[in-house]
Design a protein. Structure first.
Length: 166
């Protein structure tokens, strides 16, 4: 029954625990058919949990890229409105899919670095330039998950932290 509660409350943790439990089963146990492919079953269960984590990191990266685009392209209202809408939707998706157990597996610094590179490339395709941004992300996962931190505050933090960097 505890497994069911863990499954309902934190699928990511459940998937990692179940895979470990399967791998810890003694080989050739009388209670299990020898036909069970324990290692591959464990890998598949673990993979489903990793897919959930990948979904969350992808949402974070998309939010960061679009926030950086908004900060860099200050005079073109149509794309900015579109990007703000996307950020709003992705933040809601992030809130729905994020599980606290994922925090330790999310490298926010790497996501920031990748987002900066992706944004620079995207903007260059349209003859725009990414404004100066700090090496360390001025916002964190808590900011993205907070119901009280709005898009304008996230944008302001990135803008202020990049001001004066050349």
């Amino acid at each position: 029954m505890a497994s069911r509660a863990a499954y309902d409350d934190d699928f990511y943790v459940w998937s990692q625990e179940q895979a470990a439990l399967l791998r810890a089963l003694p080989r050739g146990s009388r209670d299990l058919s020898n036909a069970l492919d324990i290692e591959n079953i464990a890998e598949e269960i673990e993979s489903v949990g990793r897919s959930e984590l990948n979904r969350v990191t992808s949402l974070i990266e998309r939010v960061l890229v679009h926030l950086l685009k908004i900060v860099s392209l200050t005079d073109d209202a149509d794309p900015i409105r579109h990007w703000r809408s996307e950020v709003r939707h992705w933040l809601r998706d992030l809130e729905r899919h994020y599980l606290p157990s994922m925090r330790q597996s999310i490298d926010f610094g790497k996501l920031w670095s990748n987002s900066v590179k992706l944004t620079a490339d995207d903007l260059a395709d349209f003859d725009n330039t990414l404004l100066s941004v700090p090496a360390i992300c001025p916002i964190n996962l808590g900011d993205l998950l907070s119901e009280t931190t709005g898009i304008d505050q996230l944008i302001a933090r990135i803008r202020v932290s990049g001001a004066g960097i050349d």
